[in-house]
Design a protein. Structure first.
Length: 430
């Protein structure tokens, strides 16, 4: 059975999909809020599937419902059904609703605690996610590992033959849901000391899992915590269960190939970097460069160096474009358009933009284009000085922006230069 064609959708839905594809971020956020109030999974999927890459970059805070909580550990590997193939480490989005209903039925009265914990919460409620998730994910894994296709599986638009391997693979991830979340949080805050224990917990009894589940787990680790890749290699190189090690090695290879293919696609990499909030782009580039570095360090990966060089060139180009666009949109245009002194809100926005640009620049110049970033930052500093001379920026606000864009030494030197050139105040009667 195949996924129903969107040609059958009402003309109004087609029109709304087209409208959303051209909408700005604020309009999309308003539409998402309305769809969340309706809480219709089919409508959400129909309208939002073409926008998933863009939605992921917006960091939307959405209602924390049972299905959303259940699949949080798998979020990076959930794809549109048209992009899913049974042999790839991913989960088709249409499978989520029937799998969630299977889990909920299997939990019985245990679901009451989950519902009470997440009631009225949203996806930024980290404490509620941790508490409810640690109760839900391991039990959900037990349910799915023993489940048979439900009567509503046909709604997924998938063959009944894929139910068991898919549900078992999802169960393998959910069984390690809390550990995967810990590993992700450590990566986000740059704390890697506890990663070894987290990876050890994730790989415990990995030989008992199906290959599909192992591949999902490996891809999630590589996607979300590339710093942990050496720990996967260490597991493969160490003594122990040979079958488990071989499975992890195959899973690493499969996850690596999938990620490289995504980066090589015409739009995936540039779409993420160009559409995502500037505040997220620096961390995104850091994850990608770390992943590429870890592949090069893996002597058994068998990845062609020219292939990695091509991805780096593409990443370098995307970073330069994003930096230039962010600089023009968030700093140069507001300064050039200012006909009155910048207020506190405008200053905060420009300072935030400057810090986000420097974070991106510090990661992107590791790939290439250092001279390009130096030139653009010099142009930005010059624009700040011109705006101050025109009265758009106060001296203090000018120095704050110069410090962010060019460093504290440059700001201090400019301050000393201005102090030295300032006229000496005359005393009364002199």
């Amino acid at each position: 059975m195949t996924q129903p064609s969107m040609k059958a959708a009402p003309p109004a839905v087609h029109a709304l999909r087209k409208d959303l594809s051209l909408a700005d971020d604020q309009k999309i956020k308003r539409v998402i809020a309305m769809l969340d109030d309706v809480a219709d999974p089919k409508m959400n999927q129909t309208l939002l599937d073409p926008l998933r890459v863009r939605l992921a970059s917006l960091n939307l805070v959405r209602p924390l419902r049972f299905t959303r909580l259940l699949f949080l550990p798998l979020d990076p590997v959930i794809v549109a059904p048209r992009d899913w193939k049974p042999e790839e480490p991913a989960v088709p989005r249409t499978a989520l609703a029937p799998l969630a209903r299977t889990v909920r039925a299997g939990l019985g009265a245990e679901a009451v605690f989950i519902d009470k914990t997440i009631a009225g919460r949203k996806t930024d409620a980290m404490q509620a996610i941790t508490l409810a998730g640690e109760a839900l994910w391991p039990r959900a894994a037990e349910v799915l590992a023993a489940a048979s296709p439900s009567d509503d599986w046909a709604e997924a638009g998938l063959s009944i033959k894929v139910f068991q391997p898919l549900s078992r693979a999802v169960a393998a991830v959910l069984r390690r849901g809390p550990q995967l979340r810990w590993l992700l949080r450590d990566e986000e805050v740059g704390v890697f000391e506890s990663a070894e224990q987290a990876v050890a917990d994730i790989l415990k009894d990995i030989g008992k899992e199906p290959p599909e589940g192992c591949a999902l787990i490996a891809r999630l680790i590589l996607l979300q915590s590339p710093h942990a890749a050496p720990l996967l290699r260490r597991f493969v190189a160490s003594g122990g269960d040979q079958a488990a090690k071989a499975m992890v090695r195959r899973a690493i290879d499969q996850g690596t190939e999938q990620m490289l293919s995504d980066m090589e696609s015409d739009t995936a990499l540039s779409e993420e970097l160009s559409r995502g909030p500037l505040a997220n782009v620096g961390a995104m580039v850091r994850r990608i460069t770390t992943f590429l570095h870890e592949i090069e360090e893996d002597s058994g990966a068998g990845i062609d160096r020219p292939r990695l060089h091509a991805i780096r060139r593409k990443l370098d180009h995307a970073c330069r474009e994003r930096f230039s666009d962010g600089l023009n949109t968030g700093l140069l245009s507001p300064l050039a358009a200012g006909s009155a002194p910048v207020d506190g809100t405008g200053q905060v926005l420009m300072e935030s933009c400057g810090r986000e640009l420097r974070e991106l620049e510090s990661e992107a110049r590791k790939i290439g284009g250092a001279a390009n970033y130096d030139r653009l930052l010099q142009e930005a500093s010059a624009a700040v000085k011109e705006a101050a001379a025109a009265g758009t920026l106060t001296p203090v606000r000018k120095l704050r922006l110069i410090e962010i864009l060019s460093g504290p030494e440059a700001a201090a030197a400019l301050y000393e230069q201005e102090i030295a050139g300032a006229p000496v105040p005359r005393l009364n009667g002199c």
